[in-house]
Design a protein around this ligand. Structure first.
Ligand code: UDP
Ligand code: MN
Length: 254
């Protein structure tokens, strides 16, 4: 760790266990929560987010562990496969009640945005500075999504077929609604985030992703957690997170 990074973690008031977990010592949290961060090549963002979460979540008396799921190689990013792989591996380690899928560049601004489990899927990144603190559209579940284990299983996780930027989150929104679940949100004034500035990913071809999205509901039972075919390269415990290194499956094409 370089000195700038060290400084970030100096402000931590709680002792974080190796692998990036914490739980309250004087009470038992109602839920166990896994935070899943899809990741590649954004070390600076990661350190800022980790220091922030490890400050905020103990204040919420949450029993949690942070997983960083990293795609190896230079092929097009497949965020959804990383999130599915993160879910599957984390669920082998512990019986988490819910999962929070968290972009690495979104920094929560308010401690009252609770990361505990919710009865219905809960979209936490409602108001982002970059979006003038407005929700872009009502089916949005990208950014930070909190979903119970049984609901994630019921929708068969994310589709594995979206490569590059775009639409894997909308596909998830359709899965959620189709399963008869609701997308809930905390109030705007609380669910606020800052987005760390970064270069935009190259969007996937518009026609390909639109076609996928419109045929998504026909496929969801066969395309997701039950069809993922990636390779877990290794799992390591760092000081502030558990890293899952993944070789995503290239044959997951349409
Ligand atoms: N991501 C990453 N490395 C990449 C591309 C994406 O770590 O090269 C992860 C990271 O968690 C990021 C998320 O995928 O926050 C969404 O990608 P990005 O921020 O590029 O898209 P945006 O939603 O901001 O348009
Ligand atoms: Mn981003």
């Amino acid at each position: 760790m370089n000195s700038t990074t060290e400084n970030l973690f100096k402000s931590l008031t709680s002792k974080i266990e190796l692998g990036g977990s914490w739980r309250p010592k004087n009470c038992i949290s109602r839920h166990k929560v896994a935070i899943i961060i899809p990741f590649r090549d954004r070390e600076d963002h990661l350190n800022v987010l980790l220091s922030l979460l490890h400050n905020m979540l103990p204040r919420q008396l949450l029993d949690y562990r942070i997983y960083v799921v990293e795609q190896i190689g230079n092929d097009t990013f497949n965020k959804a496969q990383l999130m599915n792989a993160g879910f599957l591996e984390a669920s082998k380690q512990n019986d988490f009640h819910c999962y929070i899928f968290h972009d690495v560049d979104l920094l929560p601004e308010d401690d009252r945005n609770l990361y505990t489990c919710s009865n219905q899927p809960k979209h936490l990144s409602v108001a982002i500075d970059e979006m003038k603190y407005k929700l872009a559209y009502k089916e949005l579940v990208g950014g930070v999504l909190n979903i119970r284990k049984e609901h994630f299983l019921a929708v068969n996780g994310y589709s594995n077929l979206y490569w590059g930027w775009g639409a894997e989150d909308d596909d998830m929104a359709y899965r959620i609604l189709f399963a008869g679940l609701r997308i809930t949100r905390p109030p705007y004034r609380i669910a606020r985030y800052k987005m760390i500035k970064h270069i935009k990913r190259k969007p996937a071809d518009f026609n390909t992703r639109t076609k996928l999205l419109y045929s998504g509901l026909k496929r969801f039972q066969k395309d997701g957690l039950n069809s993922i075919n990636c390779t877990i390269v290794n799992i390591t415990s760092s000081q502030y997170y558990t890293k899952i290194l993944v070789d995503v499956s290239k044959d997951m094409m349409t």
